[in-house]
Design a binder for this molecule. Structure first.
Ligand code: GRF
Length: 216
């Protein structure tokens, strides 16, 4: 690892296929960074195994061990901070974070959400897109702010919905795009090309459009 290699902390709650994309791109050098730690709020999830297999330090912190949301968020923020991350990557982290956490990492905290934001914040995004007879589903990488799935969008990828798609088949197709756009947006952040200002996200000193950049 190079001395100036940037530090990532990745937060997960599940299978960690996005985490795997980061592991692979850090290993290949496509992303000039290393994963300082993987933190899960759920024990026993497959993402922890992926991290351990790659020799990455793992931690589990469970919200049930804390009196309320704020005290969990404060403990999580302290744990994340202890790894001095250049970027904090939410990769299927299924817990809403309060300003206690978000404000500590504002501008270096990213999330990936499986819809074309601002459409379908929250859960069951693929089913909602199918039910609405949308022609496309997709995925968005965005800065995390205190508003749920509401921070400035950076990068999106679309996926055509065909007549036979179920939420599961659409999710699988979208996931393969997630694995491309998430490390890409993270690279922009780590190299200083992407910056969060008070009035939104900027790439190469130019404001990004409301829906971010659409990757073809
Ligand atoms: C992905 O669909 C992502 O968009 C959402 O959570 C899921 C995580 O999947 N935020 P994985 O654990 O990375 O496979």
């Amino acid at each position: 690892m190079q001395a100036d290699s940037k530090r990532l902390v990745i937060l997960i709650s599940g299978s960690g296929s996005n985490l795997q994309a980061f592991i692979d791109q850090c290993a290949s050098g496509q992303l000039r960074a290393h994963i300082a730690a993987v933190i899960s709020n759920k024990p026993g999830v497959y993402g922890l195994e992926r991290a351990a297999k790659a020799g990455i330090h793992t931690q589990v912190i469970e919200h049930k061990d804390y009196a309320d949301r704020e005290s969990f968020d404060a403990a999580l923020a302290d744990l994340v901070d202890s790894y001095q991350p250049d970027a904090v990557i939410l990769a299927g982290f299924m817990r809403i974070l309060t300003p206690v956490f978000v404000d500590r990492f504002l501008g270096r905290l990213l999330n990936i959400h499986p819809s074309l934001l601002p459409k379908y914040p929250g859960l069951h995004t693929h089913q909602r897109a199918i039910d609405a007879k949308d022609s496309h589903g997709g995925v968005s990488v965005h800065f995390v702010t205190a508003e749920l799935d509401g921070g400035p969008v950076i990068l999106q990828a679309e996926q055509a919905i065909d007549a036979h798609d179920t939420a599961e088949s659409l999710a699988a197709k979208v996931l393969s795009k997630e694995h491309i756009i998430y490390p890409m947006a993270t690279d922009w952040l780590l190299t200083g090309r992407l910056v969060l200002h008070e009035d939104g996200a900027y790439l190469d000193a130019k404001p990004l459009p409301e829906n971010g950049i659409l990757l073809d």
